[in-house]
Design a protein around this ligand. Structure first.
Ligand SMILES: C[S@@+](CC[C@H](N)C(=O)[O-])C[C@H]1O[C@@H](n2cnc3c(N)ncnc32)[C@H](O)[C@@H]1O
Length: 413
């Protein structure tokens, strides 16, 4: 998922794009829930008395409005790592899709719904609350798929589908996986419509954290002020640190910037995760630097896997044992090598893998810490949905190394 709701201290082009979006989100929209209606191109939906599980806030309206812009969809679709992996996953699971009913949670332009129709789905409900659903309808029509792909213009929380579905597909991932908070809508769709033993694509997601060194980045925007045209402008450095590193930065780093194996912050099993688990995530880490380097901060990234329902969840997509446990056994582990004996398709946003539009999310320190090889870097992180807007994320980071400890608070907005 693309999710430029605002920020990025990285590149100018991105800043420009993001600022526009951020302004829209902050301003909030005035569109009422009633206007999230089924358009004339869409199948008539039977409105029922069912109360929505979550209210649609002004922030949500602004969020959906932002997805009505073509640019956001162009960027996602042009991200070939993303789009090709989704298409490959659909083809890999063709036997579970052929002749079956699918719901595409947040269909955007309809691309994943159309891939599913091409894979032989009997019917695809393509749901999107953004006005992009109008274009999705037209795209479906132009491809002669109106008999198979039913575009529903509304929130997954509000629209009605009068049958159970065999498959849920969704591209819901935000920066550092959980920013944008769309996973909750996939959970809602699962609990409303998925048949027992049904398929969810992607099926799992994992968020990672690792300490990083990035002398070039630090040099470019902080050390730069030491000598500007021969003038000592180091008085600017404190402001430069504040401006560059106060908020999380979305930017691309390389494998060589990463000082250790990453730590698993959260493993999500899409068959069993509950909405409440996403409100706040806490984890403690203990790294040992693999080299001597200045430690500039921490990076987050994620991957998702496209596998079938786990054996324990088959025939019961909310198994009591897993559903009641807040932590997955993988949480808190350090990932060394991905074991992938079943050739499960993985969409990775790791620094060592081909870049995607999600890049990596960095939390920079105001001042680097010099670490020796094997020096411990320990601490904890709390990721919590912002009270102001649940699509924003508060990041509380505590870290200690070489006898000094620090706290950094930031908000991904
Ligand atoms: C990241 S885009 C993915 C679009 C498309 N599936 C693709 O892969 O190109 C997510 C889409 O989900 C929609 N969306 C997010 N939450 C939703 C919800 N609760 N109900 C309906 N649509 C939603 C957004 O409007 C947006 O168009």
């Amino acid at each position: 998922m693309y999710s430029n709701m605002g920020y990025s201290n990285g590149h100018h082009q991105q800043q420009e794009r993001v600022t526009t979006h951020r302004d829209r989100v902050r301003r909030g929209g005035r569109r009422s829930r009633e206007s999230l209606r089924v358009s004339e191109h869409q199948q008539q939906q039977k409105q029922t008395e069912r109360k929505p599980t979550t209210p649609c806030t002004d922030f949500d309206v602004a969020y959906f409005h932002s997805y009505a812009h073509v640019g956001i969809h162009e960027e996602m679709i042009k991200d070939r790592v993303r789009t090709d992996t989704y298409r490959a996953a659909i083809m890999q699971h063709q036997s579970s899709i052929e002749g079956k009913v699918v719901v595409d949670v947040g269909c955007g332009t309809g691309i994943l719904s159309i891939f599913c129709a091409q894979a032989g789905a009997k019917r695809v409900y393509a749901v999107d609350a953004s006005d992009i659903a109008v274009q999705a309808s037209e795209v479906v029509k132009a491809n002669n798929l109106s008999d198979k792909v039913i575009v529903l213009h509304g929130r997954v929380e509000d629209v009605e589908i009068d049958e159970e579905v065999d498959v849920i597909i969704s591209e819901w991932m935000g920066y550092m996986l959980l920013y944008e908070s769309m996973l909750g809508s996939v959970i809602t769709a699962r609990d409303r419509w998925l048949k027992r033993g049904g398929l969810i694509l992607p099926s799992t997601a994992t968020l990672y954290l690792a300490p990083v060194t990035h002398p070039d980045r630090y040099g470019e925007c902080i050390d730069f002020w030491r000598n500007v045209y021969g003038i000592d402008m180091s008085a600017m450095m404190s402001l430069a640190k504040q401006c560059a590193f106060e908020e999380p930065c979305v930017e691309t780093i390389m494998g060589e910037n990463v000082l250790t194996w990453p730590h698993v912050v959260k493993h999500v099993d899409c068959y069993s995760i509950q909405i409440e688990e996403l409100e706040s995530i806490t984890t403690s880490f203990n790294f040992k630097s693999m080299m001597r380097a200045p430690l500039h901060g921490f990076a987050f990234w994620f991957d998702v896997e496209f596998s079938g329902p786990a054996i324990s969840t088959i025939n019961n997509h909310v198994p009591s044992v897993i559903a009641s446990s807040k932590n997955h056994p993988m949480d808190g582990f350090q990932k060394k090598k991905r074991a992938n004996p079943n050739e499960t398709l993985v969409l990775s946003t790791a620094p060592e893998d081909p870049p995607t539009h999600w890049q990596q999310t960095l939390i920079y320190f105001y001042d680097p810490i010099e670490v020796e090889q094997d020096q411990q870097i320990e601490g904890s992180v709390i990721l919590s949905q912002s009270k102001e807007n649940a699509r924003f994320m508060n990041i509380h980071l505590e870290y200690a190394s070489g006898g000094r400890s620090f706290v950094k608070e930031s908000v991904m907005r």
